[in-house]
Design a protein around this ligand. Structure first.
Ligand SMILES: *Cc1c(COP(=O)(O)O)cnc(C)c1O
Length: 387
């Protein structure tokens, strides 16, 4: 049996007609950048994420970049974030000339650990007038950037409380978490000051190329992002400030509008697969794995189903031999990346992130995965640990 990590062709088969029709409409209109389709998609994403404003942008990376630009993050600044995430989270901070200020993750949820953040800000930073200064580097701490990794919300209540105490804005990297909720129906992206989404094809809501979105409940920030998205000026050839080309294409918006209608069904299927994995892995009584923990009552949307596994790489090769594709998100913690050597971190500075990078394995969880395929995956994992 073959089990891919994700099967976008199976997804496309369900929606082909609607998508082709939507693409045809854009072709007939010859309106390709921003415009009515993008505006409609922005309205729908604002509704879906329970945010007052949504601004379509060119990718999840650009959503993060423009969000930090709207907060005036720049040289001499530092942004608190996790070292266990996709590169873009920290990369965008560095691109603005600022420093990622890494804090370790919670070993159980893989998300930024609020107590590590409180510790860092309390013990290693000091207030200097309106600024919060990192005593070691002299940099100004300007924002907190948690990631809702794999589709599960970071501990936003604790992080927001810390942020409020220091008057720091919070930018949510919700690239993997569209539709994820805290226990009380608050949705990913609209809880902090700005939320950033990616519609990269393998995200739960995936475009036919690159696309992203910023959401916010702050009208001024939203307006600033709108302006930065088009080179810093709403009036053609007049620029209040230096922005960039962070625009969303109409073709992507058209495809995404069709797919948005299916998103809750697909998320439900992912959650059902996760529950099935949980039951089967438990029944298989294998000591070496740990199923993904669910924090509180929230709604995990399972962009990835990530287990911890002893002898992870051996397990991965063994599953590959049986036709099962898995992936490691992420094999290296960001504090160990060559491009961040200037930050001066030792490998053991963030032990939970380091351990996660060595132990985690993402299993196939996509909505079209069949029960037979899922049972086959668990059976092969059980075989591996028994032999
Ligand atoms: C996918 C992703 C991004 C970047 O999104 P792109 O659309 O690929 O630029 C940023 N952060 C996280 C956590 C992601 O998973």
């Amino acid at each position: 049996m073959q089990v891919p990590l994700i099967d976008l062709k199976a997804q496309y088969a369900q929606i082909r007609e609607g998508v082709e029709q939507a693409i045809r409409e854009v072709c007939d209109s010859q309106y390709f950048v921003l415009g009515p389709k993008v505006e409609e998609f922005e309205r729908r994403i604002a509704e879906y994420t329970l945010a007052s404003h949504a601004i379509g942008v060119s990718s999840g990376t650009d959503a993060l970049l423009v969000a930090l630009m709207a907060l005036d993050v720049g040289p001499g600044d530092e942004v608190v974030t996790t070292p266990y995430t996709f590169f873009a989270t920290a990369g965008t901070i560095a691109r603005l000339g600022a420093r990622p200020l890494f804090c370790d993750i919670d070993g159980a949820t893989f998300n930024l650990d609020p107590s590590a953040v409180a510790d860092l800000l309390g013990a290693h930073c000091e207030r200097d007038g309106a600024n919060l200064v990192n005593k070691r580097t002299g940099g100004r701490v300007r924002a907190i950037l948690p990631v809702h990794l794999f589709g599960q919300m970071a501990d936003m209540d604790a992080l927001l409380e810390i942020a409020r105490g220091y008057r720091l804005p919070v930018v949510e990297d919700a690239a993997q978490a569209i539709g994820a909720e805290l226990g009380d129906d608050r949705r990913a992206g609209s809880i902090g000051d700005i939320g950033c989404f990616s519609f990269f094809p393998t995200k739960n809501l995936g475009a036919f190329g690159d696309a992203g979105m910023c959401v916010s409940n702050d009208a001024e920030l939203a307006e600033r992002i709108r302006k930065l998205r088009v080179h810093g000026g709403h009036t053609k050839y007049l620029h209040d400030e230096v922005g960039g080309n962070f625009r969303l294409d109409a073709l992507q918006a058209a495809v995404l509008l069709v797919k948005l209608g299916y998103l809750d069904r697909w998320t439900q299927a992912r959650r059902a697969n996760a529950a099935r994995y949980g039951r089967l892995l438990e029944a298989a009584e294998i000591a070496e794995y740990v199923t993904p923990p669910l924090a509180g009552e929230g709604r995990h949307i399972f962009n990835q189903y990530v287990i911890r596994a002893e002898r992870r790489d051996e397990l991965r090769f063994s599953l590959a031999d049986e036709g099962i594709r898995t992936e490691v998100y992420y094999p290296h913690s960001l504090h160990e990346q060559a491009c961040f050597a200037n930050l001066g971190h030792a490998p053991d500075d963030f032990p939970n992130a380091r351990l996660a990078a060595a132990e985690t394995l993402a299993l196939p969880i996509y909505p079209e995965l069949t029960t037979e395929q899922l049972e086959y995956v668990v059976a092969r994992i059980a075989d591996f640990y028994r032999s």
